[in-house]
Design a protein. Structure first.
Lengths: 193, 101
């Protein structure tokens, strides 16, 4: 298993999640926007244990602005080197104020896809999104993911069950649709009035 | 033919859709000078994509021609089409003024 230490973008970078990120990520997992992620650890101690126990089939990253400010997290999980696929997961931009006008979400996902498709030679990335997370579904579809099905009442949030929308992108679709669109969005932040 | 006012209305509706996903204190002030993306912008890239998707769909439906806002041409513009509402409107008018191939 290749362990990537840091992925550098133009506006942000991804660095590996460490136990020292326990308190920060524990706080992030409890903000309103994190409701779409799986249930969070119940204490900082448990969060540290969770980070320590990550398997080698995962690459978990902290998203940082280039000035070092941590703004969120993103993961590539269930990396399968036999069938050449993995899942994008635990994607959260926690500091929304810091990323206005900055393509942090787009560039984070671009770096994750480059890792998956260019470094690890995978052919498919998939993921699930709660049906009520319409902004994320719209975003992922625009960036090349296709809806492949639904897991009915798969997710439980705030006393309600929601379908999970299953999304996936193949390496050819990434190169033809996803990467060019991502490049335009990143360039839009580069250009000035 | 879509007018400038009609395109403004489409973009305002797309921004209003973003506001629907936000809490009361996070809502955007919407107007012709609203800065969309880049320095001093009001949108993050999740919201920008939402605006692009909604604007492309509405303009395509009303004009009867496919509208693609994120292609190489958008990148080559001197002023980014996504800088503010006015620049996005001007870019859409430019695309609509060209003959259909």
């Amino acid at each position: 298993m290749t362990t990537i230490k840091k992925l550098e973008g133009e506006f942000i970078r991804l660095r590996l999640l460490q136990v020292s990120d326990s308190e920060l990520t524990y706080q992030w997992r409890h903000i309103a926007r994190a409701k779409y992620l799986n249930k969070a650890a119940s204490s900082i101690f448990d969060q540290a244990k969770w980070i320590e126990s990550r398997p080698t089939s995962e690459q978990n990253f902290i998203i940082e602005l280039n000035n070092g400010l941590p703004i969120g997290m993103i993961s590539l999980v269930n990396i399968d080197h036999v069938n050449h696929h993995a899942e994008s997961s635990r994607f959260l931009i926690a500091n929304e104020e810091a990323v206005k006008g900055i393509p942090a979400a787009v560039e984070s996902m671009k770096l994750l896809y480059e890792l998956a498709f260019d470094e690890l030679n995978l052919v498919r990335i998939s993921g699930i999104v709660a049906e009520n997370n319409s902004l994320m579904i719209k975003w992922q579809k625009y960036l090349g993911m296709k809806e492949e099905g639904r897991l009915r009442k798969h997710l439980y949030q705030d006393g309600q069950y929601f379908d999970a929308v299953c999304l996936g992108v193949l390496v050819d679709e990434y190169r033809k649709i996803t990467a060019p669109r991502m490049n335009v969005l990143i360039a839009a932040a580069r250009q000035r009035l | 033919m879509l007018t400038q006012d009609a395109i403004h209305a489409i973009i305002f509706q797309a921004l209003s859709n973003v506001n629907d996903e936000r809490g009361p204190v996070e809502r955007l002030d919407i107007g012709a000078t609203t800065i969309l993306f880049g320095t001093d912008a009001v949108l993050d890239s999740l919201s920008l994509v939402s605006v692009i998707v909604d604007v492309e769909a509405a303009v395509s439906e009303i004009s009867g021609r496919d509208m693609v806002l994120t292609d190489d041409r958008a990148m080559s513009q001197e002023v980014s089409p996504f800088s503010d509402v006015s620049s996005l409107t001007a870019y859409i008018l430019l695309l609509l003024s060209e003959p259909v191939l």
